[in-house]
Design a protein around this ligand. Structure first.
Ligand code: PLP
Length: 387
Protein backbone atom coordinates (compact mmCIF):
# COMPACT_ATOMS: atom_id res chain seq x y z
CA UNK A 1 0.00 0.00 0.00
CA UNK A 2 1.14 3.57 -0.76
CA UNK A 3 2.24 4.90 2.63
CA UNK A 4 2.93 8.44 1.43
CA UNK A 5 -0.31 9.69 2.86
CA UNK A 6 -2.37 8.75 5.88
CA UNK A 7 -5.35 6.68 4.78
CA UNK A 8 -8.19 6.88 7.30
CA UNK A 9 -11.02 5.64 5.09
CA UNK A 10 -11.00 1.87 5.72
CA UNK A 11 -14.79 1.82 6.10
CA UNK A 12 -15.04 2.95 2.47
CA UNK A 13 -12.72 0.23 1.27
CA UNK A 14 -9.57 -1.65 2.25
CA UNK A 15 -6.55 -2.57 0.13
CA UNK A 16 -6.31 -6.20 -0.97
CA UNK A 17 -3.85 -7.82 1.44
CA UNK A 18 -0.73 -9.43 -0.01
CA UNK A 19 -1.82 -12.84 1.26
CA UNK A 20 -5.21 -12.49 -0.46
CA UNK A 21 -3.62 -11.24 -3.68
CA UNK A 22 -1.25 -14.21 -3.73
CA UNK A 23 -4.09 -16.66 -3.17
CA UNK A 24 -6.08 -15.15 -6.07
CA UNK A 25 -3.31 -15.06 -8.67
CA UNK A 26 -3.49 -18.65 -10.06
CA UNK A 27 -7.18 -18.17 -10.84
CA UNK A 28 -6.59 -15.37 -13.34
CA UNK A 29 -4.39 -17.56 -15.54
CA UNK A 30 -3.66 -21.18 -14.70
CA UNK A 31 -7.12 -22.07 -13.41
CA UNK A 32 -9.31 -19.87 -15.52
CA UNK A 33 -11.95 -22.24 -16.92
CA UNK A 34 -15.67 -21.92 -16.37
CA UNK A 35 -16.62 -23.92 -13.25
CA UNK A 36 -19.79 -25.10 -15.00
CA UNK A 37 -17.72 -26.84 -17.71
CA UNK A 38 -17.58 -30.62 -17.49
CA UNK A 39 -13.94 -30.98 -18.58
CA UNK A 40 -11.00 -31.34 -16.22
CA UNK A 41 -10.09 -27.64 -16.37
CA UNK A 42 -13.64 -26.67 -15.50
CA UNK A 43 -13.65 -29.13 -12.65
CA UNK A 44 -10.48 -27.56 -11.24
CA UNK A 45 -12.26 -24.21 -11.11
CA UNK A 46 -15.32 -25.91 -9.61
CA UNK A 47 -13.10 -27.45 -6.91
CA UNK A 48 -11.75 -23.99 -6.01
CA UNK A 49 -15.31 -22.67 -5.81
CA UNK A 50 -16.44 -25.58 -3.62
CA UNK A 51 -13.41 -25.22 -1.41
CA UNK A 52 -14.00 -21.47 -0.89
CA UNK A 53 -17.68 -22.09 -0.13
CA UNK A 54 -16.87 -24.76 2.45
CA UNK A 55 -14.18 -22.60 4.08
CA UNK A 56 -16.56 -19.66 4.38
CA UNK A 57 -19.34 -21.89 5.73
CA UNK A 58 -16.95 -23.31 8.36
CA UNK A 59 -15.86 -19.84 9.48
CA UNK A 60 -19.48 -18.74 9.84
CA UNK A 61 -20.57 -21.98 11.50
CA UNK A 62 -22.95 -22.51 8.61
CA UNK A 63 -23.71 -25.18 6.03
CA UNK A 64 -22.11 -24.79 2.58
CA UNK A 65 -25.60 -24.69 1.05
CA UNK A 66 -26.26 -21.51 3.03
CA UNK A 67 -23.62 -19.44 1.18
CA UNK A 68 -24.61 -17.48 -1.95
CA UNK A 69 -21.88 -15.58 -3.81
CA UNK A 70 -22.83 -12.21 -5.27
CA UNK A 71 -20.91 -9.36 -6.92
CA UNK A 72 -21.34 -6.82 -4.09
CA UNK A 73 -22.95 -6.34 -0.72
CA UNK A 74 -25.45 -4.10 -2.49
CA UNK A 75 -26.45 -7.04 -4.68
CA UNK A 76 -26.59 -9.37 -1.68
CA UNK A 77 -28.87 -6.91 0.15
CA UNK A 78 -31.09 -6.59 -2.92
CA UNK A 79 -31.33 -10.37 -3.16
CA UNK A 80 -32.23 -10.61 0.54
CA UNK A 81 -34.88 -7.91 0.57
CA UNK A 82 -36.38 -8.34 -2.89
CA UNK A 83 -36.08 -12.13 -2.63
CA UNK A 84 -38.10 -12.31 0.61
CA UNK A 85 -40.68 -9.80 -0.63
CA UNK A 86 -41.12 -11.49 -4.00
CA UNK A 87 -41.56 -14.85 -2.35
CA UNK A 88 -44.08 -13.41 0.15
CA UNK A 89 -46.04 -11.70 -2.62
CA UNK A 90 -47.16 -15.14 -3.82
CA UNK A 91 -49.56 -15.18 -0.89
CA UNK A 92 -49.66 -11.61 0.41
CA UNK A 93 -50.62 -8.49 -1.52
CA UNK A 94 -48.85 -5.83 0.55
CA UNK A 95 -46.03 -7.34 2.59
CA UNK A 96 -44.50 -5.23 5.34
CA UNK A 97 -40.78 -4.64 6.10
CA UNK A 98 -39.29 -3.30 9.31
CA UNK A 99 -35.94 -1.53 9.01
CA UNK A 100 -34.15 1.42 10.60
CA UNK A 101 -33.64 5.02 9.57
CA UNK A 102 -29.83 4.67 9.58
CA UNK A 103 -29.34 1.76 7.17
CA UNK A 104 -26.94 1.98 4.23
CA UNK A 105 -28.53 3.24 1.04
CA UNK A 106 -28.42 -0.31 -0.35
CA UNK A 107 -31.18 -1.15 2.14
CA UNK A 108 -32.99 2.20 2.24
CA UNK A 109 -33.19 2.71 -1.53
CA UNK A 110 -34.31 -0.89 -2.06
CA UNK A 111 -37.08 -0.41 0.51
CA UNK A 112 -38.11 2.90 -1.06
CA UNK A 113 -38.23 1.27 -4.46
CA UNK A 114 -40.42 -1.54 -3.12
CA UNK A 115 -42.76 1.02 -1.54
CA UNK A 116 -43.64 2.08 -5.09
CA UNK A 117 -44.97 -1.45 -5.63
CA UNK A 118 -47.23 -1.35 -2.57
CA UNK A 119 -44.78 -2.83 -0.05
CA UNK A 120 -45.20 -1.16 3.34
CA UNK A 121 -42.02 -0.16 5.18
CA UNK A 122 -41.53 0.98 8.81
CA UNK A 123 -38.32 2.94 9.35
CA UNK A 124 -37.51 2.64 13.05
CA UNK A 125 -35.79 5.73 14.51
CA UNK A 126 -32.63 5.53 16.61
CA UNK A 127 -31.71 7.39 19.80
CA UNK A 128 -29.19 10.23 20.07
CA UNK A 129 -26.37 7.69 20.35
CA UNK A 130 -27.41 6.04 17.09
CA UNK A 131 -28.77 2.90 18.74
CA UNK A 132 -31.93 1.02 17.85
CA UNK A 133 -34.24 -0.07 20.66
CA UNK A 134 -35.03 -3.78 20.09
CA UNK A 135 -38.53 -3.26 21.54
CA UNK A 136 -39.26 -0.66 18.85
CA UNK A 137 -38.40 -3.23 16.18
CA UNK A 138 -40.58 -5.87 17.86
CA UNK A 139 -43.49 -3.44 18.32
CA UNK A 140 -43.47 -2.57 14.62
CA UNK A 141 -44.05 -6.21 13.62
CA UNK A 142 -47.56 -7.02 12.47
CA UNK A 143 -49.41 -9.81 10.67
CA UNK A 144 -48.15 -8.74 7.26
CA UNK A 145 -44.48 -8.34 8.29
CA UNK A 146 -42.25 -10.62 6.26
CA UNK A 147 -38.81 -9.12 6.87
CA UNK A 148 -36.81 -7.13 9.38
CA UNK A 149 -33.48 -5.71 8.22
CA UNK A 150 -31.21 -4.10 10.80
CA UNK A 151 -27.54 -3.35 10.18
CA UNK A 152 -24.99 -4.83 12.59
CA UNK A 153 -22.66 -1.80 12.52
CA UNK A 154 -23.42 1.59 11.05
CA UNK A 155 -21.00 2.62 8.32
CA UNK A 156 -21.00 6.33 9.18
CA UNK A 157 -20.89 6.50 12.98
CA UNK A 158 -19.79 2.94 13.80
CA UNK A 159 -22.55 2.16 16.30
CA UNK A 160 -23.06 -1.53 17.07
CA UNK A 161 -26.72 -2.56 17.06
CA UNK A 162 -28.12 -5.15 19.51
CA UNK A 163 -28.66 -7.80 16.85
CA UNK A 164 -28.97 -10.75 19.25
CA UNK A 165 -31.60 -8.95 21.35
CA UNK A 166 -33.55 -8.09 18.22
CA UNK A 167 -33.33 -11.64 16.88
CA UNK A 168 -34.50 -13.04 20.25
CA UNK A 169 -37.62 -10.89 20.04
CA UNK A 170 -38.26 -11.76 16.40
CA UNK A 171 -37.68 -15.45 16.99
CA UNK A 172 -40.05 -15.52 19.97
CA UNK A 173 -42.65 -13.72 17.83
CA UNK A 174 -42.17 -16.35 15.15
CA UNK A 175 -42.61 -19.17 17.66
CA UNK A 176 -45.86 -17.73 19.01
CA UNK A 177 -47.29 -16.83 15.66
CA UNK A 178 -49.22 -18.87 13.17
CA UNK A 179 -48.89 -16.16 10.51
CA UNK A 180 -46.00 -15.96 8.03
CA UNK A 181 -42.57 -16.08 9.60
CA UNK A 182 -40.64 -12.81 9.90
CA UNK A 183 -37.23 -13.26 8.27
CA UNK A 184 -34.36 -11.34 9.90
CA UNK A 185 -31.57 -9.91 7.73
CA UNK A 186 -28.50 -8.11 8.98
CA UNK A 187 -26.03 -6.08 6.94
CA UNK A 188 -22.77 -7.16 8.61
CA UNK A 189 -20.48 -5.37 6.14
CA UNK A 190 -18.84 -3.10 8.74
CA UNK A 191 -18.82 -5.72 11.50
CA UNK A 192 -16.86 -8.52 9.86
CA UNK A 193 -13.34 -7.39 10.79
CA UNK A 194 -14.04 -6.92 14.48
CA UNK A 195 -17.11 -8.79 15.74
CA UNK A 196 -18.52 -12.29 15.96
CA UNK A 197 -20.31 -13.07 12.75
CA UNK A 198 -21.75 -16.54 13.37
CA UNK A 199 -25.28 -16.08 12.00
CA UNK A 200 -26.72 -18.88 14.13
CA UNK A 201 -25.31 -17.32 17.32
CA UNK A 202 -26.65 -13.96 16.22
CA UNK A 203 -30.02 -15.56 15.44
CA UNK A 204 -30.25 -14.08 11.94
CA UNK A 205 -31.71 -15.79 8.86
CA UNK A 206 -29.90 -13.70 6.24
CA UNK A 207 -26.56 -11.90 6.52
CA UNK A 208 -24.53 -9.81 4.09
CA UNK A 209 -20.73 -9.55 4.03
CA UNK A 210 -18.61 -7.63 1.50
CA UNK A 211 -15.13 -8.60 0.24
CA UNK A 212 -13.63 -5.15 -0.19
CA UNK A 213 -14.15 -4.11 3.44
CA UNK A 214 -12.10 -7.07 4.73
CA UNK A 215 -8.90 -6.73 2.65
CA UNK A 216 -10.40 -8.82 -0.13
CA UNK A 217 -11.17 -7.78 -3.71
CA UNK A 218 -13.91 -5.38 -4.76
CA UNK A 219 -16.91 -6.80 -6.59
CA UNK A 220 -17.43 -9.82 -4.36
CA UNK A 221 -19.72 -10.52 -1.44
CA UNK A 222 -21.91 -13.19 0.06
CA UNK A 223 -25.41 -13.61 1.30
CA UNK A 224 -25.76 -16.15 4.08
CA UNK A 225 -29.23 -17.67 3.71
CA UNK A 226 -30.50 -19.98 6.39
CA UNK A 227 -31.90 -23.18 4.92
CA UNK A 228 -35.38 -22.57 6.36
CA UNK A 229 -35.76 -19.25 4.52
CA UNK A 230 -37.62 -19.13 1.26
CA UNK A 231 -36.19 -16.65 -1.24
CA UNK A 232 -37.14 -15.82 -4.83
CA UNK A 233 -34.08 -15.32 -7.11
CA UNK A 234 -33.21 -11.73 -7.95
CA UNK A 235 -31.48 -12.70 -11.22
CA UNK A 236 -32.39 -15.47 -13.62
CA UNK A 237 -30.18 -17.25 -16.10
CA UNK A 238 -27.90 -20.28 -16.00
CA UNK A 239 -28.93 -21.34 -12.51
CA UNK A 240 -25.59 -20.86 -10.74
CA UNK A 241 -25.58 -20.44 -6.96
CA UNK A 242 -28.42 -22.94 -6.58
CA UNK A 243 -30.56 -20.75 -8.79
CA UNK A 244 -30.47 -17.71 -6.48
CA UNK A 245 -27.85 -15.79 -8.42
CA UNK A 246 -27.22 -16.80 -11.99
CA UNK A 247 -24.04 -15.71 -13.73
CA UNK A 248 -20.59 -17.30 -14.11
CA UNK A 249 -18.87 -17.23 -10.73
CA UNK A 250 -15.89 -14.88 -10.28
CA UNK A 251 -13.47 -17.55 -9.09
CA UNK A 252 -10.40 -15.35 -8.31
CA UNK A 253 -12.57 -12.96 -6.30
CA UNK A 254 -14.36 -15.79 -4.48
CA UNK A 255 -11.06 -17.48 -3.60
CA UNK A 256 -9.78 -14.07 -2.40
CA UNK A 257 -12.95 -13.50 -0.38
CA UNK A 258 -12.52 -16.83 1.45
CA UNK A 259 -8.89 -16.02 2.33
CA UNK A 260 -9.82 -12.47 3.40
CA UNK A 261 -12.59 -13.75 5.67
CA UNK A 262 -10.30 -16.35 7.19
CA UNK A 263 -7.64 -13.69 7.95
CA UNK A 264 -10.21 -11.16 9.19
CA UNK A 265 -11.49 -13.66 11.71
CA UNK A 266 -8.03 -14.64 12.89
CA UNK A 267 -6.95 -10.99 13.33
CA UNK A 268 -10.31 -9.99 14.83
CA UNK A 269 -9.42 -9.95 18.52
CA UNK A 270 -5.92 -8.52 18.24
CA UNK A 271 -6.97 -5.82 15.74
CA UNK A 272 -10.03 -4.88 17.81
CA UNK A 273 -7.88 -4.40 20.86
CA UNK A 274 -5.11 -2.51 19.03
CA UNK A 275 -7.44 -0.21 17.14
CA UNK A 276 -9.76 0.50 20.07
CA UNK A 277 -6.78 1.79 22.07
CA UNK A 278 -5.49 3.89 19.14
CA UNK A 279 -8.98 5.14 18.29
CA UNK A 280 -9.84 6.16 21.87
CA UNK A 281 -6.67 8.22 22.17
CA UNK A 282 -7.30 9.79 18.76
CA UNK A 283 -10.86 10.77 19.78
CA UNK A 284 -9.65 12.19 23.10
CA UNK A 285 -6.90 14.24 21.43
CA UNK A 286 -9.15 15.61 18.68
CA UNK A 287 -11.97 16.49 21.09
CA UNK A 288 -9.62 18.27 23.47
CA UNK A 289 -7.62 20.12 20.82
CA UNK A 290 -9.92 20.96 17.90
CA UNK A 291 -12.26 23.92 18.05
CA UNK A 292 -15.95 23.00 18.27
CA UNK A 293 -15.34 19.27 17.82
CA UNK A 294 -17.85 16.65 19.02
CA UNK A 295 -18.15 12.88 18.62
CA UNK A 296 -21.09 11.44 16.68
CA UNK A 297 -22.62 8.23 18.02
CA UNK A 298 -22.14 6.15 21.14
CA UNK A 299 -18.61 6.22 22.58
CA UNK A 300 -19.00 2.70 24.01
CA UNK A 301 -21.16 0.72 21.58
CA UNK A 302 -18.89 1.56 18.74
CA UNK A 303 -16.85 -0.51 16.32
CA UNK A 304 -13.09 -0.47 17.01
CA UNK A 305 -12.01 1.48 13.93
CA UNK A 306 -14.54 4.33 13.74
CA UNK A 307 -14.17 7.97 14.83
CA UNK A 308 -16.86 10.29 13.48
CA UNK A 309 -16.46 13.96 14.35
CA UNK A 310 -18.73 16.95 13.98
CA UNK A 311 -17.11 20.39 13.74
CA UNK A 312 -19.38 23.28 14.64
CA UNK A 313 -19.79 25.66 11.69
CA UNK A 314 -17.09 23.90 9.69
CA UNK A 315 -18.41 22.11 6.60
CA UNK A 316 -16.88 18.77 5.71
CA UNK A 317 -16.78 20.10 2.14
CA UNK A 318 -13.95 22.37 3.38
CA UNK A 319 -12.41 20.03 5.98
CA UNK A 320 -12.00 16.98 3.72
CA UNK A 321 -9.99 18.77 0.98
CA UNK A 322 -7.98 20.71 3.57
CA UNK A 323 -6.96 17.41 5.19
CA UNK A 324 -6.33 15.92 1.75
CA UNK A 325 -3.89 18.75 1.03
CA UNK A 326 -1.98 17.64 4.13
CA UNK A 327 -1.98 14.01 2.98
CA UNK A 328 -4.72 12.84 5.37
CA UNK A 329 -7.51 10.95 3.63
CA UNK A 330 -10.86 10.86 5.41
CA UNK A 331 -14.45 10.77 4.32
CA UNK A 332 -17.42 13.05 4.83
CA UNK A 333 -20.42 10.99 5.83
CA UNK A 334 -20.71 7.68 4.01
CA UNK A 335 -18.53 6.58 1.11
CA UNK A 336 -21.36 6.23 -1.34
CA UNK A 337 -22.71 9.70 -0.65
CA UNK A 338 -19.28 11.27 -0.42
CA UNK A 339 -19.29 13.03 -3.79
CA UNK A 340 -22.70 14.56 -3.18
CA UNK A 341 -22.68 17.24 -0.47
CA UNK A 342 -26.04 16.17 0.91
CA UNK A 343 -26.77 16.17 4.63
CA UNK A 344 -26.09 12.76 6.15
CA UNK A 345 -29.33 10.87 6.88
CA UNK A 346 -27.57 9.10 9.75
CA UNK A 347 -26.46 12.30 11.46
CA UNK A 348 -29.96 13.73 10.98
CA UNK A 349 -31.43 10.55 12.48
CA UNK A 350 -29.43 10.99 15.70
CA UNK A 351 -30.89 14.49 16.02
CA UNK A 352 -27.69 16.38 15.16
CA UNK A 353 -29.02 18.26 12.12
CA UNK A 354 -26.38 20.98 12.65
CA UNK A 355 -23.71 18.33 12.09
CA UNK A 356 -25.22 16.72 8.99
CA UNK A 357 -22.96 18.74 6.67
CA UNK A 358 -20.14 19.23 9.18
CA UNK A 359 -19.03 15.68 9.85
CA UNK A 360 -15.88 13.80 8.96
CA UNK A 361 -15.50 10.04 9.32
CA UNK A 362 -12.05 8.69 10.15
CA UNK A 363 -11.80 4.93 9.94
CA UNK A 364 -8.68 3.03 10.96
CA UNK A 365 -7.30 -0.23 9.61
CA UNK A 366 -4.46 -2.74 9.59
CA UNK A 367 -1.86 -0.22 8.39
CA UNK A 368 -2.83 2.55 10.82
CA UNK A 369 -0.14 3.45 13.33
CA UNK A 370 0.04 5.67 16.38
CA UNK A 371 2.30 8.02 14.40
CA UNK A 372 -0.35 8.30 11.63
CA UNK A 373 -2.98 9.31 14.14
CA UNK A 374 -0.67 11.81 15.81
CA UNK A 375 -0.13 13.52 12.43
CA UNK A 376 -3.83 13.34 11.57
CA UNK A 377 -4.74 14.86 14.95
CA UNK A 378 -2.29 17.74 14.41
CA UNK A 379 -3.73 18.37 10.93
CA UNK A 380 -7.35 18.32 12.16
CA UNK A 381 -6.55 20.66 15.05
CA UNK A 382 -4.65 23.10 12.83
CA UNK A 383 -7.44 23.25 10.22
CA UNK A 384 -10.33 23.46 12.66
CA UNK A 385 -8.65 26.22 14.65
CA UNK A 386 -8.41 28.37 11.50
CA UNK A 387 -12.22 28.62 11.45
N1 PLP B 1 -23.59 -1.85 3.66
C1 PLP B 1 -22.71 -1.14 4.37
C2 PLP B 1 -22.91 -0.96 5.84
C3 PLP B 1 -21.62 -0.54 3.72
O1 PLP B 1 -20.74 0.18 4.42
C4 PLP B 1 -21.48 -0.72 2.32
C5 PLP B 1 -20.37 -0.04 1.58
O2 PLP B 1 -20.08 1.11 1.80
C6 PLP B 1 -22.42 -1.50 1.63
C7 PLP B 1 -23.46 -2.06 2.34
C8 PLP B 1 -22.30 -1.74 0.15
O3 PLP B 1 -21.22 -2.59 -0.10
P1 PLP B 1 -20.72 -2.91 -1.61
O4 PLP B 1 -19.81 -1.80 -1.95
O5 PLP B 1 -20.02 -4.23 -1.52
O6 PLP B 1 -21.93 -2.97 -2.46
Amino acid sequence: MNKQGIYLDYAATTPVSEAVFKEMQPYFGDVFANPSALHTMGQEAQAALDNARHEIADILGADWREIIFTASATESINLAIRGVVKDAKRSLENPHIVTTSIEHSAVLETCRDLEKEGVEVSYIPVDGDGLVNPDDVAKAIKDTTVLASVMYVNNEIGTIQPIKQISDLINSYNENSDVKKVVFHTDAVQATNYLDINPHDLGVDLMTISGHKIYGPKGTAILFKSRDVSLAPATTGGGQERGYRSGTENIPAIVGFAKALKDAQSFKNSESERLTALRDKFIKDVLSGAKGAGLNGSAEKRIANNASFCFENFPSEVMVPALDAKGVYVSSGSACAARVPEPSHVINAIGKEDCALNTIRCTLGRETTEEDLKKATEAIIEISNQA
